[in-house]
Design a protein around this ligand. Structure first.
Ligand SMILES: NC(=O)c1ccc[n+]([C@@H]2O[C@H](COP(=O)([O-])OP(=O)(O)OC[C@H]3O[C@@H](n4cnc5c(N)ncnc54)[C@H](O)[C@@H]3O)[C@@H](O)[C@H]2O)c1
Ligand SMILES: O=C(O)C(=O)C[C@]1(C(=O)O)C=C[C@@H](O)C=C1
Length: 300
């Protein structure tokens, strides 16, 4: 089978960039993978693991060698890299396609926008809704995106052929590609991903700082483990997400705070009916979500 594209450059070779390179290699989407990054050991490890074929620490070199550039660094760094790429490629007739995997789209969209409000034809922003609390190229996995959603946020100015190619790239990994506006993406992800991470970090931090923290961690079991797994995620990644999606995250935290205040009142008043109603509504919604998730994992 012919390759769809020749060379993909991954800028920031960690869990997501490494997993994408592995998946695209396995599925013969591209045949050559170049890593670009700050940390030499990650790049060397990427070559040793067969995730990338070569690496460079010269951004211009990575950009000029690639058909597709995937920015896979933490969210705020990703925006700076996008600026640098645009400066290198602006006005080029054969500029490579540029995409990203960052968890927030608004800040990257703002950086990519031209004075007339349009996006450059070749810059198609995206976000795979798959990952884990682990980071680094050693944790990368070719099957990470199988049966997971990838959200693309194409906008006015984008070349439809570029959008199709980036969609085909993700489809090759086994993902299910959907499109959304940047605003909707950032609002939805604030609620479904950024808020849960903020809560998990806040809960573990609060308990770790309490006087009884030794006992708390000694006797905590499955419930605590399930609720807090994501507090083991990379602090820099989540710092960047909280800064980049500040307003939507604040709004999600406030809405949650209102619901927590109601539950607090129900607990304080031993309001059995109120608590049962809250917990029943939540259980019904969570059970429905679990069923949808199971269906998606079976590839439906
Ligand atoms: N981890 C997840 O679950 C997940 C899921 C979807 C999207 N994302 C997004 O994907 C991106 C990467 O996350 P990850 O989990 O792969 O993180 P990671 O820490 O595993 O990888 C990030 C890589 O970027 C590199 N990097 C940092 N600063 C850099 C710079 N200035 N220039 C070049 N490279 C630099 C790091 O050295 C590292 O190799 C983030 O934007 C994150 O928000 C993460
Ligand atoms: O499964 C996890 O550990 C994740 O945190 C993955 C997760 C999520 O919140 O679902 C985290 C950040 C991303 O931008 C997308 C996916």
């Amino acid at each position: 089978m012919a390759y769809k594209t020749e060379t993909v450059a991954i800028l920031g070779l960690g869990l997501i960039g490494g997993s994408l390179a592995r998946a695209l290699r396995e599925n013969r989407f591209s045949q050559r993978f170049i890593g670009y990054g700050r940390r030499l050991p990650s790049l060397e490890q990427g070559v040793a693991l067969g995730v990338i074929d070569e690496y460079t620490q010269d951004l211009g070199e990575a950009v000029s060698a690639a058909d597709i550039i995937v920015i896979a660094a933490p969210t705020l760094v990703a925006a700076d890299l996008l600026d640098e790429i645009l400066a290198l490629t602006d006005g080029h007739a054969h500029a490579p396609l540029v995409t990203d995997v960052a968890s927030v789209k608004g800040n990257l969209h703002a950086r990519a926008q031209r004075d007339d409000g349009t996006l450059p034809p070749n810059v198609v922003l995206g976000h795979p809704i798959a990952g884990s609390e682990r980071s680094g190229v050693a944790a990368s996995d070719a099957r990470l995106f199988v049966n997971h959603r990838v959200i693309l946020t194409p906008d006015v100015g984008n070349d439809p052929a570029a959008v199709d190619t980036i969609a085909a790239m993700w489809t090759a990994t086994g993902a299910d590609v959907v499109q959304m506006s940047v605003k909707d993406h950032d609002t939805v992800l604030a609620a479904t991903s950024h808020l849960p991470h903020a809560l998990a970090y806040a809960l573990v931090d609060a308990l770790a700082q309490s006087d009884a923290s030794d006992d708390i961690f000694r006797f905590a079991a499955g419930g605590f483990r399930d609720f807090t797994r994501i507090a083991s995620s990379d602090p820099v990644m989540w710092r960047d997400i909280a800064i980049a999606n500040r307003d939507a995250l604040l709004s999600a935290i406030d809405t949650f705070g209102e619901h927590l205040a109601i539950l607090r009142e129900q607990v304080a008043a031993s309001d059995a009916d109120g608590m049962e109603a809250t917990f029943t509504r939540a259980k019904t919604a969570r059970d429905e979500f679990a069923a949808i998730l199971a269906q998606r994992q079976r590839g439906h």
